[in-house]
Design a protein around this ligand. Structure first.
Ligand SMILES: Cc1cc2nc3c(=O)[nH]c(=O)nc-3n(C[C@H](O)[C@H](O)[C@H](O)COP(=O)(O)OP(=O)(O)OC[C@H]3O[C@@H](n4cnc5c(N)ncnc54)[C@H](O)[C@@H]3O)c2cc1C
Length: 387
């Protein structure tokens, strides 16, 4: 039972549909996809059938128009059951947001309807071997020749890499201009000079593919550039400010799923002649977990509503706070859930060990916890310098 967040009927419908897909289609297969490390194409079809692929995409481009809040509710609900399969939608949102936020009408009309219908997936290509937290250090280059750019370089760690059809990719258009020398391009799978590198073997989120993107003299028309030349860093940062609540929702969903497993187990597991839930040590762990989860949910929904309302110009602090708090909370909650299940929590027969493995990534990607703290601190310093 969660607090009343005054969700609209449309928002409740997203949760209800996501819940039934998660229970009926994902739950029976989550162990399979985790162990086989296989991309869940069959489940993607279910998402498309249930109209869940474009919750955040504006209605005029075929989506449900439910904004970041709609995305967050969907991801949270799916991740209660599996934190990896839902990532294909969250990573598609990450790859699509640059188009929603900075695309012109022609670009939006060309790409958004296919993503909203589930026909195509998207991905976001920013990270490189020498440019993780330090995004300005990217070496991928886009050299202008007439109406085209020639792209050369390698992106690493790209979620949905190889499985997505549409990629928003960041490259240097001017090496002398620093942060203003980066631009963003929409590049399609199959385009000449665009290949995929190795698929990473990971600790968790195993059904999600993480691959290198390799650009070797990849010729891209200037119409494929998003926004103005040199606006790439702004596009990346604005996208991440909007997408980090999605990672927070993934973390919150996983934490909630783990908590529910832990409380169910604590009620039935008997030691010393009593259910372990009768021990105060277990009760206090559960109380702490439930409190942290609800605090995370309140922060997340408030942040999502603030973004959607567009009344606040800067949302980088709130977005970083929610990503930091929800992801660190999910690691604590999944670990404590494992503790409550005792030895069984460590076994693959129970879902908790997978939930911990899946939760762990949320403190790392789309900016590590340290980078979120840097962002929050930078905002605080700016705010308090004028007081
Ligand atoms: C499974 C997975 C999926 C991913 N998906 C994508 C994707 O779809 N698209 C994409 O572009 N990228 C993606 N990434 C990349 C991810 O965003 C980066 O891994 C992340 O931003 C951290 O960069 P890094 O790994 O290079 O770590 P580094 O930047 O090398 O950081 C190493 C350590 O140093 C700390 N550190 C670095 N700089 C600072 C600083 N200034 N202050 C304090 N501490 C600091 C970090 O917090 C971290 O603890 C993915 C990564 C993984 C593992």
């Amino acid at each position: 039972m969660v607090m009343n967040y005054m969700l609209s009927e449309d928002e409740k419908a997203i949760i209800d549909i996501a819940h039934s897909v998660a229970i009926q289609k994902i739950k029976p297969l989550r162990k399979y996809y985790d162990e086989k490390e296989e991309f869940p194409y069959e489940i993607m079809k279910e998402f498309a059938k249930c109209d869940l692929c474009g919750t955040y995409i504006p209605k005029q481009y075929g989506g449900l128009g439910s904004g970041i809040m709609g995305l967050v509710l969907l991801i949270e609900e799916l991740c209660k059951v599996d934190g990896s399969i839902a990532l294909s939608i969250a990573a598609t949102a990450l790859g699509t947001l640059p188009i929603i936020l900075f695309g012109n009408d022609k670009q939006k009309t060309k790409y958004l309807p296919d993503i909203a219908s589930g026909k195509k997936l998207a991905a976001f290509g920013l990270t490189e071997a020498e440019a993780g937290s330090d995004v300005c250090n990217i070496k991928t280059v886009a050299t202008k020749t007439g109406d085209f750019y020639i792209i050369d370089g390698i992106k690493c760690f790209i979620t949905n890499g190889g499985d997505a059809q549409i990629y928003t990719v960041f490259a240097k258009t001017n090496f002398t201009k620093g942060a203003r020398g980066i631009s963003c391009f929409i590049i399609e799978k199959g385009q000449q000079g665009f290949h995929f590198g190795k698929k990473e073997k990971k600790m968790g989120i195993k059904s999600s593919s993480t691959r290198e993107l390799i650009f070797n003299k990849c010729k891209v028309h200037k119409d494929q550039r998003l926004g103005k030349e040199g606006y790439g860093l702004l596009i990346a940062q604005t996208t991440l400010n909007n997408s980090r609540p999605g990672v927070a929702a993934q973390a919150l969903g996983i934490a909630t799923g783990a908590f529910e497993e832990a409380i169910k187990y604590a009620r039935i597991r008997k030691q010393f002649g009593n259910s372990i839930i009768s021990f105060q040590a277990i009760q206090h762990m559960l109380a702490d977990m439930a409190t942290e989860i609800e605090a995370a949910r309140s922060l997340l929904y408030t942040c999502a509503r603030t973004i959607d309302s567009k009344i606040q110009k800067r949302i980088s602090k709130e977005s970083a706070m929610v990503k930091l708090f929800c992801s660190e909370m999910a690691v604590r909650v999944t670990l404590n859930s494992m503790q409550i299940l005792g030895g069984n929590g460590y076994l693959r027969d129970y879902p908790i060990e997978k939930m911990f493995r899946d939760a762990r990534i949320t403190t790392l990607y789309e900016g590590t916890s340290q980078i979120q703290k840097n962002e929050i601190a930078a905002n605080l310093i700016r705010e308090f310098s004028t007081k």
